[in-house]
Design a protein around this ligand. Structure first.
Ligand code: PMP
Length: 389
């Protein structure tokens, strides 16, 4: 086995695709220490910077003191602590669904939903740029898989019309795409659902807390809050915590409790994680200014990058893709940024399609004007050196 691994790893290295774990130390909401040097972290998904909010931290610490560091068993085995009930009620009510179920990660939530709700004669239509957790879940499902072109409703409709499967049709899409930062045509997906009667599953991992007038996410952005058949999102992004949730009718969450293996056979989240997520939901609901500040930063960074000549594709929110193309060139640009004190990872295949390696930078609420100006200047310098602008 070792010989094979060695050869495969060598191959990965030659393609400029090798990943090594970088050990870092967070210093505050935006800065990290890496190899003894300070870096501005421009790749966190904590869009509202809530992972560093004193009330979230305090809630986590208090819960650990009160209930212990871990739950140390699955929810089905040793019972579900009260914090779960509070969190599930509050997230379902915030996102306007009858019922919510918390999973330990978004990856597991997607596995649970897609592999459990679909069956052999069903068909899953999936956007070609869906997140790996959605791709892997679809692979795990026994349903037929059909990939439609990214955000292309004509292609989706054509494929639905052609399909002769006997079972239930499912359409799966992210709301805000994690690597491209563009948004799915959710209103069209709902309109097509009304026409073709499929089940619409929306992954709102990058929309929740950020998009929509009240931060309820990608569906709210289209004035369609609470109207997906199943919606999921994570607590590890704008909530600044960890874990994920699935929303829908009570019969859906009941079914998942009984059948989703990624729910049943895993240890429950720690009390501090649950308490942090509850604190974050309340902060998001009570502080619309957090979103205003974030969108102010998004607008500022995007304007300066566009003025500098960067092609930001169709992205519109905090995820800003700088597509470089070749893997090695993306890594080279990452090195230039790192040299200047900006921490951004080159994102390469298999995370993104071949030939579209990129720098994926994320804008967060805690960035100050000085930090943004610093980032913009470094990006311009690196963009020029890499021949992008
Ligand atoms: N869906 C999307 C769109 C994501 O971007 C991610 C994580 N990056 C997940 C699901 C998985 O969530 P988690 O990190 O909680 O496993």
């Amino acid at each position: 086995m070792r010989d094979r691994l060695k050869v495969n790893l060598e191959n990965i290295k030659q393609k400029g695709n090798y990943r090594a774990i970088r050990h870092v130390k967070p210093l505050d909401a935006s800065w990290i220490l890496f190899n003894g040097k300070k870096f501005l972290n421009l790749c966190s998904n904590s869009y509202l910077s809530l992972h560093a909010h004193p009330q979230v931290i305090e809630a986590a610490a208090e819960a650990a003191h009160k209930y212990g560091a871990g739950t140390c068993s699955s929810r089905s085995i040793s019972g579900s602590i009260e914090l779960y009930r509070v969190l599930e009620d509050e997230i379902a009510s915030y996102k306007c669904y009858p019922s919510g179920l918390v999973f330990s990660t978004g990856y597991m939530a997607n596995m649970g939903v897609i592999a459990t709700l679909t069956e052999k004669d069903d068909v899953i239509f999936s956007d070609e740029l869906n997140h790996s957790s959605l791709i892997d879940s679809t692979r795990l499902s026994r349903a037929k898989k059909v990939i439609y072109r990214h955000r292309d409703m004509n292609d989706l409709e054509g494929k639905i019309r052609k399909d002769r499967s006997k079972g239930i049709k499912f359409v799966v899409s992210e709301s805000v795409f994690s690597m491209d930062g563009d948004i799915a045509p959710v209103a069209d997906l709902v309109e097509l659902r009304n026409r073709y009667g499929y089940q619409l599953i929306l992954d709102d991992a990058h929309g929740t807390g950020v998009f929509g007038d009240t931060g309820r996410g990608g569906a709210e952005f289209f004035r369609l809050t609470g109207s997906m058949d199943v919606e999921m999102a994570t607590f590890g992004k704008s909530f600044g915590s960890f874990g994920a949730f699935v929303l829908g009718d009570k019969i859906v969450t009941d079914y998942l409790v009984n059948r989703a293996r990624t729910f049943m056979y895993t240890t429950a989240l720690s009390p501090s994680v649950l308490a942090a997520s509850i604190a974050s939901i309340r902060l998001i609901k009570d502080n619309p200014s957090f979103r205003d500040d974030l969108w102010g930063n998004i607008e500022y960074i995007r304007r300066h990058m566009r003025d500098a000549g960067f092609d930001l594709k169709d992205s519109i929110g905090p995820i800003v893709p700088v597509v470089v193309g070749e893997d090695a060139k993306a890594v080279e640009m990452q090195h230039i940024l790192m040299e200047k004190g900006v921490f951004i990872q080159a994102v390469r295949p298999p995370t993104v399609p071949p030939g579209t390696s990129r720098l994926r930078l994320t804008v967060v609420r805690s960035l100050t004007m000085d930090e943004m100006d610093f980032a913009i200047n470094v990006l311009k310098y690196a963009g020029k050196k890499a021949g992008l602008i």
